[in-house]
Design a protein around this ligand. Structure first.
Ligand SMILES: [Zn+2]
Length: 213
């Protein structure tokens, strides 16, 4: 039986905040989507994603959790919007991982999403100049802004040639191995499962071919 997971339980392997965002849905290639594939179930999942991808600070996470308690009526709409934005980011990067290109419509929507992020951000002094910041954390949508910005950066600056989809599950990731040889989201997860499945299939084939069983 599948266990229902939330973002806190998942070891993300995307290697990039925008891809970890896309990977808040599980499931295998070609598999029908099931409710247990959804990891973005509550507002806390959105905050946890920000902490795990290091796009939100602890202080910001605390403020957002308080805000969610104060405005319970708004949380569901923010979550629904987050899932729609996740589908947009997926539609932008999955084609690239599969050797094609995103549509002009999707690129336009990604531009709009990034523009919203910029509109909600502030330019603040950083170690080596200035950087975008979303540290005010006065809106429930805040976790989406640094991810939107990261998605735009990934689209423009790459490294898109490192973008891949797992050979088994739907996850997207950046392959940072020297010889671009990564095939699975993780060698412990899908990599091991594929080896196990092949082993079982080989054994079955051997048994079927042997008269003694
Ligand atoms: Zn996988």
């Amino acid at each position: 039986m599948e266990t229902w997971r939330v973002v806190a339980d998942v070891d993300f392997m995307g290697g990039h905040p925008a891809l970890d965002f896309v990977d808040t849905i599980g499931g295998m290639h070609g598999e029908e989507s099931k409710p247990e594939h959804e990891f973005l179930r509550s507002y806390e999942d959105l905050v946890m994603l920000g902490l795990k991808t290091e796009t939100l600070s602890e202080g910001c996470a605390r403020r957002l959790r308080r805000l969610a308690r104060e405005r319970p009526g708004e949380v569901e709409a923010v979550l629904a919007d987050a899932r729609r934005k996740r589908e947009l980011v997926n539609s932008a990067f999955r084609p690239l991982a599969e050797g094609s290109k995103p549509t002009a419509k999707v690129l336009g929507e990604l531009r709009d999403f990034g523009a919203q992020a910029i509109a909600h951000g502030e330019l603040v002094a950083s170690d080596d100049g200035f950087a975008w910041s979303w540290e005010r954390c006065e809106e429930l949508e805040t976790p989406l802004w640094p991810i939107a910005h990261a998605a735009l950066e990934l689209m423009v600056s790459g490294p898109l040639e490192r973008l891949k989809t797992c050979g088994r599950c739907r996850w997207l990731f950046l392959d940072t191995t020297k010889n671009h040889s990564r095939r699975w989201c993780s060698t412990e997860g899908c990599g091991t499962d594929v080896k196990k499945e092949r082993y079982v299939a080989r054994r079955r084939a051997r048994r079927a071919g042997s008269p003694s069983g």
